[in-house]
Ligand binder design. Sequence first.
Ligand code: NAG
Ligand code: NAG
Ligand code: ZN
Length: 441
Amino acid sequence: MREAGSLCLALLFPAVLALDFGYHHSEALGAFLQEVHQRHPSITALRSVGRSVAGRELWVLVLGRFPTEHTIGIPEFKYIANMHGDETVGRELLLHLIDFLVTNDKSDPVVTKLIDSTRIHIMPSMNPDGFEATTEPDCFYSEGRFNKNGKDLNRNFPDVFSSNNVTIQPETQAVINWIKDESFVLSANLHGGALVASYTFDNGNPAIGSLEDYSRSPDDDVFIHLAKIYSSNHASMYKGNQCENKPVFPHGITNGYAWYQLQGGMQDYNYIWGQCFEITLELSCCKYPPASQLHAFWNDNKAALIEYIKQVHLGIKGQVLDRNGQPMPNVIVEAKGREHICPYRTNQYGEYYLLLLPGSYVINATVPGSGSILKTLAVTNGPENFQALKYDFTFPEVSVTARDAACPTKPLYQHFESFSAAVKPTLHFLALMIVLYTVFK
Ligand SMILES: *[C@@H]1O[C@H](CO)[C@@H](O)[C@H](O)[C@H]1NC(C)=O
Ligand SMILES: *[C@@H]1O[C@H](CO)[C@@H](O)[C@H](O)[C@H]1NC(C)=O
Ligand SMILES: [Zn+2]
C-alpha cells in the first residue's frame, strides 16, 4: 500500500523527485538524504558517523548492492566534501552524484555495474558548522573554513613526518573512527579555491626522498594516474591554467608538497594509516560561487566523479587463508618496492587490496614470525571490467592468527624536520606566494 501511494504521488508531482541546483543547508541536506534512503532502501544505507562541535550530524550515505555491510571482494570507496566549510561546490556535487546514482541504477549500465561491484560511501559535509557560518557566497577565504573551535580540519590529522601537536577535533575523530571501521581502498576529498587534482604526500622530508620540492610516495605512479583520471575526465581541469593567481599545473595535477607543504592533512593520513589512497580535488577557482553556477559545475565534474570511482578496481585483491581455509587478519601484503610506512595488512576478513597499474609485480604476503609467500602476478586493466585481479594466498603450515598491526608511533621522521626546511630552496618564495594569494587548500 505504501509503495502504491508513493508511486501515485511521484506521478502526480514528478518535480518532487528532482534535486534542485541550489545550496542545501543542514536541514535540507539531511531531509534529502533521508528521502533518498526511503525511496531506494535496497541500495542505500544512511548513517551518521559522528557530530560536529555544534552537534550537527556528519551524514554518510552508502550505496551498493549490499549497502549495510562489507561484502568479501567488494572494495569500499569514499568521497568527502566541505571539510573547509566555505568551499561549497563539492557539497552540492555529492548530492547530485547521489541523485544520479540512485536514479540510474538498473538503467545506465555503468552506474549499475558500479553499484554491483563497489560499496560507495558519500559524506557531503565534514564541516557542517563551517558551512552554516559562511552566510554569503564569497570567492575568497572566510572564517567558515574552520570548524566551530576555529580549527582547520585539513591540518588536524596525526602526521607521520612532524609533530603537529594538534587537538583532534570531533569532526576529525569521527573520520578517523570511520576509516578504522571500514577498509577503504580509494577516496577523494573535495575542496575549492583552485582547479587541480593534488596527491600525497602533502608533507615530507629527505628521509622519504622529498628533495627538489616533491614528496614522492612509493605509489607515485598510481597517484599520478588517479589524479589524471580526474583531471582528464573533467571539462577543463586538465588544462591546468583555469584560475587567475594560481600556478600553472601541467595536466591539472600536482604533488601536494610540490604545491605547498602542509602538516596534518587528511590525504596523507588515509594513505599512511588508513591503507586508503586519497587525493584532494580542488574543484572551483571561487570557493563559494553563486548557486546559479552549480548546474555547470555538475556538468563539468559528472564524468570525472564516475570515472574516478571505477579506479577502486585497479590492481590486485584477494584473501589470505590458513591451512583450514580460514581467513587470516593482520597478514602483511605488499608489492615489492612499494612497502608502506605502516605496512598494509589484511582486514578482519583476511582481505587485501593493492592499487597497482597494469604490469608485473612480486607480491609478498607475510605472517610476521611465520614466514612469507612471494608470488609474481601480472596486473591487467581492472577498472574496465569493474574487477581487480583476484589472487588468494594460502599458508599451508600456519594456523595462527597474526598479531595486530604495530604501526610507527608519530612522528616517525621528527629528527629530520629542521633539515627538511633547510634544504627547500624556494621556501621563502613559496611563503611569499602564500601571503600574496592566500592560497589555501
Ligand atoms: C602541545 O600543545 C599543548 C597545548 O597547546 C601544549 O600544552 C604542549 O606543551 C604542546 N606540546 C608540545 C610537545 O609542543
Ligand atoms: C616480505 O615482507 C616481510 C615483511 O614486510 C619482510 O620482512 C621480508 O623481508 C619480505 N621478503 C622479501 C623477499 O622481500
Ligand atoms: Zn580546502
